[in-house]
Design a protein around this ligand. Structure first.
Ligand SMILES: *[C@@H]1O[C@H](CO)[C@@H](O)[C@H](O)[C@H]1NC(C)=O
Length: 214
C-alpha cells in the first residue's frame, strides 16, 4: 500500500509538471543535419522522376532532386559538404506544382501529430537564363512555415548576397531560423531574383539542420 501511494504521488507530480502554462517543448525524437550525401548520385539531369529526394530522414523534400558538383549548374558553386546537395529545378517545380517545400512525413516518423523545428540550412540561389547560363546571383528567399497546431504561419526572409560570376566559385549562405520556426508541418520556399532579366531562380540546399518532435 505504501508503495502504491508513493507511485500515486510521483504520478501526481508528473501530471502537474506537464500542465504548467510554460510547458516545455516535447522531447526531440530525432535531431540532425541532413547533408544528402548517402543518396544516389544524379546521373546528369534534373529529372525528379529519376532523382527525387522524396522523404529523407522523416522529411519530404517536395520538388527537389539530388545534384552534385558535376552538374551543369552546380559546377559554379562551392558545395558545402561534398558530394551532394539538393536542387529544386524548374522541371521539379512543374512536376510538384509550385513552390518547393519541406514537409514532415508522419508515415515515416510514426506519430500522426509529429512536428519539426527548422534550425538552419545552407542555401544558394541558382539563376537561369534559358538553357544558356546558370550563375550565382543575389536573390530574396521567403520561407513560410505552417504550424501543425493551425496557428498563424511563421515567415522568415533571407537575402542571398550577389556573387562574383565564374572564379572563385559562388558560396552558399547560412540561413539561421528564428525560434518560432517550431511545431511545423511544412515550410514553403519561394525565391525572387534581384536581377529582373532572368527566366528562373531556384534554391540549392545543403546541411539542413532540424529536429522532429513527437
Ligand atoms: C511518405 O512516406 C511513405 C512511406 O515511406 C511513402 O510511401 C510516401 O511516398 C512518402 N510521402 C512523400 C510525400 O514523400
Amino acid at each position: 500500500m505504501a508503495r502504491f501511494l508513493t507511485l500515486l504521488t510521483v504520478l501526481g507530480t508528473t501530471l502537474r509538471a506537464h500542465s504548467t502554462p510554460t510547458e516545455a517543448a516535447p522531447a526531440a525524437k530525432l535531431s540532425y543535419c541532413a547533408n544528402f550525401d548517402d543518396l544516389p548520385e544524379n546521373p546528369g539531369g534534373f529529372d525528379p522522376v529519376t532523382d527525387p529526394v522524396m522523404t529523407y530522414k522523416g522529411i519530404s523534400y517536395l520538388g527537389f532532386v539530388v545534384a552534385t558538383q558535376q552538374n551543369s549548374a552546380e559546377k559554379y558553386f562551392d558545395i558545402p559538404s561534398q558530394p551532394n546537395i539538393i536542387n529544386s529545378g524548374t522541371q521539379s517545380q512543374a512536376s510538384f506544382g509550385g513552390s518547393p517545400a519541406l514537409q514532415i512525413n508522419t508515415t515515416v516518423t510514426g506519430g500522426p501529430k509529429d512536428t519539426f523545428t527548422l534550425k538552419s540550412l545552407r542555401l544558394a540561389c541558382l539563376v537561369t537564363n534559358g538553357a544558356e547560363t546558370s550563375n550565382a546571383n543575389g536573390c530574396t528567399v521567403l520561407f513560410v512555415g505552417n504550424r501543425r497546431s493551425g496557428a498563424k504561419s511563421v515567415t522568415y526572409e533571407y537575402e542571398y548576397p550577389n556573387q562574383e560570376i565564374g572564379n572563385p566559385l559562388a558560396t552558399f549562405g547560412t540561413v539561421t531560423f528564428p525560434d518560432n520556426f517550431k511545431g511545423l508541418s511544412e515550410v514553403f520556399i519561394s525565391l525572387t531574383a534581384v536581377q529582373n532579366d532572368v527566366l528562373g531562380v531556384d534554391p540549392l540546399l545543403d546541411d539542413v539542420c532540424l529536429s522532429i518532435q513527437g
